[in-house]
Design a protein around this ligand. Structure first.
Ligand code: TXA
Ligand code: MG
Length: 348
């Protein structure tokens, strides 16, 4: 059913077109109008928008994604335009049903099923050999494809409805401009991408993303399983199940988006030591004293909470006009490893 041009969930084209807005002025009513509460009717409409070739921003447990139907070439192309993302950076395909894996991948090693039994739905993306029927635009010409089954209830409801309407998969990169901070709230998506979205595109509000950092990416399309991005599911947790793995997250060895050295960055300069910084924002675990002259942004009480608020802290630093922000990196091999990875890239 065609829904382009039909607006059920948000009012006039005029009020939902924020082209005159500048980023970060995201608390006025006209901006919030584009954001939809995920009622059952809204979910049905959201799936229709996707099937019609529109874009839908989807809350997930990691970060918000900008979704498009992988069978709609023009929608996939729009994702790259809206994000300002180079075409050489492949997208992750999201599904809401494990059986659909076989329609997306041509080769599913047994290890895949061992992992998804434990971690799906959840923040683990698995790279497999791709089915030739899947568009090369989704994978930037690669013969492998990244696939993820998110656990957030809004993502799941939307994906299941999308499958019910005949859809196979939803490509969804993080819903931010290329190289910037991933959104963990619906208003962050609006402030990142609102001015680039069409009046028929949607943003669903699913609250704050619980994890706060992008999914762990594991490549099973190569001989030795290889971690391509650190996330909340750790290397130890994965190798406990499938044995030895390699870790290859260096920008020089892997040319993937998010593996670029300067990425996940706010406007403020990010530092990992306060030496020489006279004023700016400061983020560290609770109990770590704030250096003189700096302004505390948050005091997370665990590494999980640190990950959860990291990107909000970057956005807060920008909103408050700090030109510098200092992050005292947390220790440990849990999600702290992913935090250090993101902050190091943001600071490089
Ligand atoms: O948590 C997440 O994964 C979020 C939410 C929205 O699901 N999505 C996300 O997408 O972070 P994006 O596009 O920002 O990051 C996708 C990452 C990139 O580093 C990309 O290079 C990598 O996945 N990727 C995609 N396809 C790949 C492939 N075939 N082989 C290796 N890496 C791939
Ligand atoms: Mg991203």
């Amino acid at each position: 059913m065609g829904t382009r041009g039909r607006r059920i969930l948000y009012p006039s084209k005029k009020s939902s077109n924020p082209s005159k807005r500048t980023p970060n002025q995201h608390y006025d009513a006209s901006v919030l109008e584009k954001i939809s509460y995920p009622s059952p009717d809204a979910i049905t409409h959201g799936a229709e928008v996707l099937r019609d070739g529109g874009l839908v921003a989807i809350p997930t447990e990691t970060v918000y994604g900008l979704g498009a139907d992988i069978s709609r070439e023009e929608a996939i192309t729009r994702i790259y335009q809206v994000k300002g993302r180079p075409h050489t950076h492949p997208l992750i395909v999201h599904i809401g049903e494990i059986s659909l894996l076989e329609n997306i991948s041509s080769l599913i090693p047994a290890k895949t099923y061992q992992l998804i039994e434990k971690f799906w739905p959840g923040p683990l993306t698995i790279v497999l050999k791709k089915q030739s029927s899947i568009s090369n635009t989704v994978t930037s010409g690669k013969d492998s494809i990244a696939i993820r089954y998110p656990s957030h209830f809004v993502a799941q409801k939307l994906l299941k409805e999308f499958h019910k309407q005949g859809g196979l998969g939803v490509a969804a990169p993080s819903a931010n401009r290329f190289g910037r901070v991933s959104p963990t709230l619906a208003v962050d998506v609006m402030s990142e991408l609102g001015e680039y979205l069409d009046s028929t595109d949607l943003i669903f509000d699913g609250g704050a993303s619980q994890v706060g950092l992008e999914s762990t990416i594991l490549d099973l399309s190569v001989e030795t399983p290889t971690i391509r991005r650190l996330g909340s599911i750790t290397c130890d947790q994965i190798s406990e199940i499938i044995g030895p793995i390699e870790i290859e997250i260096n920008a020089r060895t892997a040319k993937f988006s998010g593996s670029d050295l300067h990425h996940y960055a706010p406007k403020a300069r990010v530092h990992i030591t306060s030496a020489g910084i006279k004023e700016g924002g400061f983020l560290a675990l609770d109990g770590v004293p704030t250096p003189d002259g700096l302004t505390r942004l948050f005091s997370p009480r665990s590494n999980q909470e640190f990950a959860h608020i990291l990107y909000s802290a970057f956005r807060k630093a920008d909103r408050e006009g700090f030109t510098d922000v200092v992050v005292q990196l947390p220790e440990g091999e849990d999600i702290a490893a992913a935090i250090r990875d993101r902050v190091n890239r943001a600071s490089s």
